[in-house]
Structure formats: structure tokens, C-alpha cells
Design a protein around this ligand. Sequence first.
Ligand SMILES: Nc1ncnc2c1ncn2[C@@H]1O[C@H](COP(=O)(O)OP(=O)(O)OP(=O)(O)O)[C@@H](O)[C@H]1O
Ligand SMILES: [Mg+2]
Length: 225
Amino acid sequence: MIRVENAVKLYGRAGANDAAVHALNGVSLRIAEGEFVAIMGPSGCGKSTLLHILGGLDTLTEGEAYLDHEPLHRLDEKGLTRLRRTKIGFVFQFFNLLPTLTVEENVRLPGLLQNLPASRLESRCAELLAAVGMEHRARHRLHQLSGGEMQRAALARALFMEPRVLLADEPTGNLDSEASAKVVNLFREIGERHRTTIVMVTHSRDVALAAHRLIEMRDGKITGK
Ligand SMILES: Nc1ncnc2c1ncn2[C@@H]1O[C@H](COP(=O)(O)OP(=O)(O)OP(=O)(O)O)[C@@H](O)[C@H]1O
Ligand SMILES: [Mg+2]
């Protein structure tokens, strides 16, 4: 499902100043369909950069990256936007939900962007809120939710378009261990049920244990997998 070959991401201009950073420095990896992979490594080692590349939110300086056979390094902005909206679900540490909307309005948003009919928006939303155990919170606004509930709402939203790939950047970073376990078990369950490929960055060994495989990074490189 995912193939990366010799990926290099340079921020700033090489030689022009001291600020040039090799965020990725020759990363190669393969992730199979339905696999649940955790990525760990020290702060600044390139984990988020790798997720952003895989999610079409940023582009490589050198190398190749394929997602579901699509060459990310050759797609233009339009192609990347289409890919993001149809094949990829994102979950971030700080949720990225819109605070003025209700839970169900947030969850439906990806479908609204794809102009799905209202009946489909409603049925899919109900199905997902049930899947993450949030039916009783559908009409709540975000400030009325706990951290774990917000994260489950974010997961429901990420899954709305049935993405082939779910990318999660420290999805349990703001949760206590009990809420973390709930969220990560939900990832695993959903991945197994729908053969969704999941790539999750985490700083927690306990959370990483729920994945099928652990990839370790350091200084823009993969050091163990
Ligand atoms: N837009 C940017 N411009 C310049 N440098 C950047 C940019 N984004 C990231 N970097 C640098 O690239 C390196 C990798 O950053 P990245 O965000 O991928 O790290 P990370 O492994 O996700 O760290 P953390 O665990 O702290 O989230 C860091 O040194 C960072 O300062
Ligand atoms: Mg990061």
C-alpha cells in the first residue's frame, strides 16, 4: 500500500545558510495493505515530516513515494488534494476539529467536501459515531467533550470517506493511559475490519505495542523495523 524509496526532505537551502535541515535523509520503507505500523523516535527525527509526505501535505526533495500505486512525488497540488480527500484519513494530536461545530457536523465535513447527498452524510455519520462509541455525543459542541471523546470524534471524521490509509500523528498525545488504550484499540479494530493501512506516530511504548510492527527513526533515517 505504501512504498518509499530513498526519500530526502530538505528544509531550507543547502549551502545557503546554517538553517538547512535534512528532515528525511534517505528513508526507504514498505507497508502492506491492512498493516498497522507505529513509528517512534526522538523529537525532530522526521516522523511528522514522513507522515506529511505520505499524506500529500508536503513534497519530497529527492526520492520516490507511492501510496496505493499513486506516485506522490509526481502528483501536482490538484492530484494531491484529490488523493487526500478520497484515500487518506488524518488524525492529529490536537484533533484539528472545528470548535464551533457539533460532533456530527465535524464528522460529516469530509463528505460535505465531496458533495455527498444529505441522506448519505447522515447515515454514514450515525454509523461512525456508533463505531467509536459517540452516538450520545452527536449534538455536543467540542468544548463539551473530554480529550478522549474529541480524539474518537477525530477518528470518526478521518474514517468518513473510507480511506485506504489512516495517518495518525501522536493521536494519544493528550490522553491518559486509559483513554489512549481505548483509542488505539479502536484503530486496530477498524484496521482489521476494513483492511485499512494505519501509520501512527507515537512517543508511547505502550501505545506502539498495539501495532503490528514498530519502525524506529533517528536523524531523518530509519534505524530499526
Ligand atoms: N517547515 C519546516 N521548515 C524548516 N524545518 C522544518 C520544518 N518542518 C520540520 N522541520 C525540521 O525538520 C526536522 C524534523 O521535523 P519533524 O516535525 O518531522 O520531527 P518529529 O520527529 O515529528 O518531531 P516531534 O516528535 O517533536 O514531533 C526538525 O529538525 C524540524 O525542526
Ligand atoms: Mg512530530
